[in-house]
Design a protein around this ligand. Structure first.
Ligand code: MAN
Length: 352
């Protein structure tokens, strides 16, 4: 196994202590999984900020959003017989699932792509309404014909689905509601139409028959999706045996659409791999890496809020068309960066 990521020496680029919590009484637990875009000659991250109240020894407390957008704190005594809290990210209480943190999306920018700051005058993107009561997460940004499409995970007690907002100036956003209903996440829209249609990768989960596989869909308008096809499945005994999900928008190369994706195994180790889709019909997968191209190995990737995780949903391609800066979440707690060579990734793909 060869990890071909050249990690930034500045990593982690962002840690929870680097930003201020959105409300008094909350603290930032994790900064993770940024969407990435270019706007006004700067590199921007749409960072997922996960917050909760400062925890005390005897109980678990976490925020949820009310219908009116206010923050309500739920507190549960740790030895409550109807509490299951074995995963840092989710709990089950009296038969219902909750998230231990509430996420919103924050916009940060940078000149060189390594030192990010929060500029004045840009809104926080927060959950709104009953389908986003547990927050919004893991925003992917696609620029299509001058408009930015933001796809993100909308979480509530109703389930986990994909929400869409669009903008041209990052100040005013148009809301398109939930475009892919539960259970679905990891939606990355292609940045170019193909034969007149929008295309998107997405990841429904089928619990009984099927699994956590990557699908593709097309759309006449980028909002209403159909013609769904399952294109990449988990592989038994591999590093991506339990779940796979798309990263950011596919990258157009001479050989095909290149997608960097995440895969997890039964032990919840999250690594990155790649696959290539036909330029003219992206529902045809041509090749895929056998081994991960990046796996958790540094301190900040191995231990943190949820350790042993590298997860990406944003990157920037250099004007040389080869150097790819991948921004990624490490251990579900830090935002990091690494360089890849597109040529090197392409050389590791194995025909299917
Ligand atoms: C999983 C993880 C969490 C996330 C929830 C809801 O448990 O990806 O980080 O908060 O799903 O999307």
């Amino acid at each position: 196994m060869k990890d071909i990521a050249k990690r930034f020496t500045e990593n982690p680029l962002l840690s929870p202590k680097d930003l201020r919590a959105s409300h008094d009484g909350l603290e930032i637990t994790c900064l993770l999984n940024p969407g990435v875009f270019q706007f006004q000659n700067k590199i921007w991250l749409a960072v997922r900020v996960a917050e909760r109240p400062k925890q005390i020894e005897s109980s678990i407390s976490f925020p949820v959003l009310t219908d009116l957008g206010a923050i309500e704190i739920i507190e549960i005594i740790k030895d409550h017989p109807e509490l299951t809290a074995t995963d840092a990210r989710v709990i089950n209480y009296q038969g219902a699932d909750y998230l231990t943190t509430l996420s919103h999306i924050r916009l940060l920018c940078s000149d060189g792509g390594r030192h990010f700051y929060e500029p004045e005058g840009y809104p926080h993107l927060v959950g709104e309404g009953i389908l986003e009561a547990f927050g919004i997460e893991d925003c992917r940004v696609s620029l299509i014909e001058g408009k930015y499409y933001l796809t993100f995970t909308s979480v509530s007690s109703n389930g986990v689905g994909v929400g869409l907002r669009t903008t041209t100036d990052w100040k005013v956003f148009q809301k398109h509601g939930m475009i892919l209903p539960p259970h679905n996440k990891d939606c990355a829209i292609f940045e170019e139409k193909i034969n007149g249609l929008f295309y998107a990768l997405h990841r429904p989960s089928s619990v009984d028959i099927g699994g956590n596989y990557i699908w593709i869909a097309s759309s006449p308008d980028g909002i209403h999706w159909g013609n769904h096809k399952c294109i990449v499945r988990t592989r038994k005994q591999y590093w991506d045996s339990k779940r796979v999900g798309a990263g950011a928008a596919p990258i157009k190369t001479e050989k095909g659409w290149l997608e960097i994706y995440h895969g997890a195994n039964e032990q919840h180790q999250y690594c990155l791999g790649a696959f290539l889709m036909d330029l003219n019909d992206p529902s045809k997968v041509i090749s895929r890496t056998e081994d991960p191209i990046m796996f958790p190995s540094t301190d900040y990737e191995l231990s943190g809020f949820f350790g042993n995780v590298v997860f990406t949903n944003g990157h920037i391609l250099d004007s040389d068309n080869d150097t790819l800066t991948v921004y990624y979440g490490a251990s579900d707690e830090f935002v990091c960066g690494a360089l890849f060579s597109i040529k090197e990734i392409l050389s590791l793909l194995k025909d299917l």
